[in-house]
Design a protein around this ligand. Structure first.
Ligand code: WT7
Length: 660
């Protein structure tokens, strides 16, 4: 153990000496980027990518907030991810060790990818897909998902990946918004030990609705589960037949740097999902740069594993584009972490000798809940760097991750970014930064952020109160807009600090005395109690630091005297099951008061057995707020498990709450 203090938030961890000695990223990157930011990005673009026409321009911001990066350059994304590695003699390198949930495995080399992507591009082209057309991809976590994305990129046909857990209606909404001409799907995939059909949702999505036909002309169907499928003649085609019939070679389409690479839908605070648009040259530059430097990637020796789904931006940037651009060897896993047993992930890490692992705090806390015995039976000594993404990681989970998974040895990098940013923006560099559990720490070289107050005044390092996180300079991977809605793009991201020309991220943050950034959750999750601004995340962190608590979600519920009152929902650890809910509630309230301040003491603590989460693992505080404010619970369709709310309410009305 290198730390001195006992409180996790006060420990610091310098980079391990051996890692620092061979690190890809060194401290001089910060200096180089600070000296000439645009020259720095120009160098990254030229060194990390292979251009058909090398760009001479870096940034054109004259039409702000619509950026152009490397505008006079031309390239192809798939050729950069695949062809150039094969041409360099690395065709036999493994791109993916793929593991199916039932236990089947496939080894996909760069040469395999090259062959399949070319055939798939030809198959799409045979079905009428042209450069510029949108293609929806609705696939489970199988190798064909990667092939499908790259085949689209090879044609310059922007893909719109729709998470395979989404409903038929959600798929239709996205297909309609992007006016997709084709859908690539599968008969089904494996989830929790069972085949889960997908094709029926596609059939339902593409039905004529209110007399309106869908824009989709062709559906390509990967055979995965081999279940029965309904078939629409003329529209539906088996993937394996189409690829077998297609020509084996395909010339990648050289596109301009600003050619759209993909649209990815993400939910806004209200209303219909936003189609976040990413283009080619800038996005790929940031994907390659961040993946290489944040994960200290040594492509010849590393085995990298990102546990996300390709349906989210993390899957796009850190399963597909970043790793493939860098010629990495990755693990890709189809299923859930507890199928067939709760140590599935650790079996996989051990089998493939995974060196870099990237996952979300919610997953880490789930593993904490399951207990460290499941981990200790496996040899995880290959691991060198652990990453976290998606929400603030509480110091307890951070230190557990480092100690139990990382063998008390590996750096943990907490990476802040968004669908909109395309790639990581704030993160430690594992060979440079002294780590501080719970803080995402510093913007990457080339990225500029500030924490500001309501009026846009910069809050200095060490300032007590919370502020807003803003991005003060454009960055290569930035979204280029919301598909078909320029006004919403300006309104959502660029109007809050219009005078300063800053991008408003929607996150609360503060900077500690060292200047390190602490993310405090979405600003709509920041509570105001008696005029004090308190982050839900901070209270959750305090709750989770109690030995009885496995997971916690906190909401601000309106309160007649204090404005908002803090209401907490907690899942107890196995060891605390059977404890009296009333007394544990009281104990937890006091614990929070001790950990943060009496002003942060929850008004109520409810012991529950599950929390409402979206399929991407985000806690739906809106629903908990409904419960806390004794309202009828709102729309639950985006929940991973729609029965959770009923069980929470049943538990509460059965008197399992504890009210201090
Ligand atoms: C929001 C973006 C980034 C890919 C996955 C989520 C939150 C993300 C962190 C982090 C604190 C984080 C923010 C952000 N977030 N990473 N390391 N620390 N918060 O992408 O669905 O677009 O969500 O996730 O609130 O705004 P997303």
């Amino acid at each position: 153990m290198t730390q001195t203090a006992t409180e996790p938030q006060h420990q610091t961890f310098p980079p391990p000496a051996d890692l620092a000695a061979g690190a890809v990223a060194t401290a001089d990157l910060y200096e180089e980027a600070a000296t000439d930011r645009l020259a720095f990005w120009g160098r990254q673009a030229n060194e990390l990518l292979t251009w058909d026409t090398a760009p001479t321009q870096v940034l054109d911001w004259s039409d702000a907030p619509f950026a152009k990066w490397f505008a006079d350059g031309k390239l192809n994304a798939a050729a950069n991810c695949v062809d150039r590695h094969v041409a360099a003699g690395n065709g036999n390198r493994v791109a993916f060790h793929w593991v199916g949930e039932p236990g089947d495995t496939v080894t996909v080399t760069y040469a395999d990818l090259h062959a399949q992507v070319q055939r798939a591009a030809n198959a799409l082209s045979d079905l009428g897909v042209r450069t510029g057309d949108r293609v929806a991809i609705y696939l489970p976590m199988i190798p064909e998902a990667v092939v499908a994305m790259l085949a689209c990129a090879r044609l310059g046909a922007p893909h719109s990946v729709v998470f395979s857990g989404f409903s038929a209606q959600a798929l239709r909404d996205r297909v309609d918004d992007a006016q997709a001409v084709a859908v690539i799907t599968a008969d089904g995939g494996y989830r929790r030990g069972e085949p889960a059909p997908l094709k029926p949702a596609v059939d339902a999505a593409l039905e004529t609705k209110d007399g309106v036909e869908s824009t989709v002309k062709a559906v390509l169907v990967v055979q995965r589960t081999k279940g029965e499928v309904a078939w629409t003649q003329g529209r539906d085609h088996w993937w394996h037949e189409a690829l077998a019939a297609a020509a084996p070679t395909h010339e990648p389409v050289s596109v301009e740097a600003e050619h759209p690479l993909f649209v990815l839908y993400t939910s806004g605070s209200t209303g219909k999902p936003k189609g976040i648009l990413h283009t080619t040259g800038g996005y790929l530059t940031q994907a390659a740069y961040t993946h290489r430097n944040v994960f200290d990637l040594h492509p010849e020796t590393d085995v990298y594993w990102c546990g996300a789904d390709i349906g989210w931006v993390t899957g796009h940037t850190y399963i597909v584009y970043g790793p493939l651009l860098n010629g990495a060897t990755s693990v890709m896993y189809e299923g859930t972490p507890n199928t067939p047993t709760q140590d599935r992930w650790w079996q996989i890490v051990e089998t493939y000798g995974v060196t870099k692992l990237y996952t979300a705090p919610t997953t880490i806390r789930t593993f904490m809940k399951w207990g460290e015995e499941l981990v200790s039976g496996h040899d995880l000594s290959s691991l060198k760097v652990l990453g976290s993404v998606g929400e603030p990681i509480n110091p307890e989970a951070w230190t557990w991750y480092r100690r139990v998974i990382g063998g008390d040895r590996t750096p943990v990098v907490d990476t802040w970014w968004q669908t909109e940013t395309g790639g990581i923006m704030i993160s430690a560099l594992p060979g440079v930064t002294t780590l501080k559990p719970g803080s995402a720490q510093v913007p990457l070289p080339g990225i500029s952020v500030e924490v500001v107050d309501d009026e846009g005044r910069v809050l200095p390092a060490g300032h007590e109160g919370a502020g807003y996180l803003v991005l003060t300079e454009p960055w290569p991977g930035m979204l280029r807009g919301i598909w078909g809605d320029d006004e919403r793009y300006r309104d959502t991201y660029w109007s809050r600090f219009r005078d300063q020309g800053w991008y408003f991220a929607g996150d609360g943050a503060r900077r500690d005395a060292d200047g390190d950034v602490w993310l405090l959750g979405r600003v709509d999750d920041v509570m105001n109690v008696s005029g004090h601004r308190i982050s839900t995340t901070e209270v959750e962190s305090a709750l989770v630091s109690h030995s009885s608590v496995a997971e916690a979600a906190v909401v601000g519920a309106s309160d007649p005297t204090t404005g908002q009152g803090i209401v907490a929902f907690v899942i107890l650890r196995e060891s605390a099951h059977g404890a009296d809910p009333a007394s544990i509630g009281q104990e937890l309230r006091n614990h929070v008061a001790r950990e943060i301040s009496p002003i942060a003491k929850p008004r109520q603590v409810f012991v529950v057995s599950e929390l409402p989460k979206t399929r991407s693992g985000k806690i739906m505080r809106r629903l908990l707020r409904d419960v806390a404010e004794d309202r009828q619970v709102g729309d639950v369709t985006t929940l991973a498990d729609s029965s959770v709310m009923a069980s929470i309410q049943a538990g509460m009305s059965a008197g399992k709450s504890s009210d201090g």
